[in-house]
Ligand binder design. Structure first.
Ligand SMILES: [Zn+2]
Ligand SMILES: [Zn+2]
Length: 70
């Protein structure tokens, strides 16, 4: 259940989340600098972990090393 909190929210154009309007500038600066939208699954992923996310989530099976499977 969502309760309308005091103040309004704005949708961050980078991550499409509702952010308190008082925070949107700060959030957007942080968001666009640190987060990246995964082109494959559309999730927001920290830029630092984008590669890790890709490898863990979208890497082709043949990339897995020494898993012993198959
Ligand atoms: Zn954002
Ligand atoms: Zn992804």
């Amino acid at each position: 259940m969502e309760v309308a909190s005091e103040g309004s929210t704005s949708i961050c154009s980078h991550c499409d989340r509702a952010i308190p309007s008082s925070n949107i500038d700060l959030h957007h600066a942080h968001c666009s600098r640190n987060l990246k939208k995964c082109k494959i699954c559309g999730n927001m992923v920290p830029k630092k972990h984008a590669e890790e996310h890709f490898l863990n989530t979208h890497a082709p099976v043949c990339w897995s090393t020494a898993s012993g499977r198959f």
